[in-house]
Design a protein around this ligand. Sequence first.
Ligand code: SF4
Ligand code: SF4
Ligand code: FES
Length: 244
Amino acid sequence: MTVRQLAIQVFRHDPRDPGSRPRVVTHGLEETPGMTLFIALTRIREEQAPDLNFDFVCRAGVCGSCAMLINGRPGLACRTLTANLPATITLFPLPGFELIADLSVNTGKWMRGMTERLQAWLHLDAEPDPDAIEAAMDPDLAESIYELDRCIECGCCVAACGTARMRPDFVGAVGFNKIARFRLDPRDHRDDADFYQLIGDDTGIFGCMSLLGCEDVCPKSLSLQTQLAHLRRVMARRGLATGD
Ligand code: SF4
Ligand code: SF4
Ligand code: FES
């Protein structure tokens, strides 16, 4: 079996260092069976570039921290096998997020801003009683909510979004997915008039161009297309009803 020699071209820049200039550094690496980009980057850091910055926590596609541009496409580095890529691989940080250094970006800060802006938490009528018996929920509805809750806030959908590139205040597919999740939840007392206040403009659902780059790159295969289309219909109806 021929062993492939990989050329991994990695973006390097540390905005905290006044002497740093953006550049691309190429690292040669022998491919091993089952090698993921996490393994490749760890080897590069151990053997060639000890100061290389990149983020990983779970290495299993569940924490969302390892998203980066892989040959120009947003994806999770820990779930990407080098065998599925050409021998020359380019790695850049996700666009649309504050660069920490090299391949590490601050998705957490962006996600927190979006969560606060959309008030993406349960709005209950009363304080929850920890002693109360858990209320039953229809299993199909619980399943639908769980499906939307599978979002890992990796930021791939935002990095792939043309509107987000043009409008830094756009809430992105991850934000719409959250609104869809809380609209479904019967414990949340907000109605569509409340949700319209949050996403009924060009920074929200009416800024979406429906080209669905978001769905194409979502590593959790969330049905973003369905959620976006439904929200747009509901919010347009709401806007017509109120004359907004
Ligand atoms: S919707 Fe998909 S791509 Fe977007 S943050 Fe969630 S998991 Fe990542
Ligand atoms: S469909 Fe909307 S949210 Fe998705 S990438 Fe396009 S503009 Fe962004
Ligand atoms: S390291 Fe957690 S999703 Fe990749």
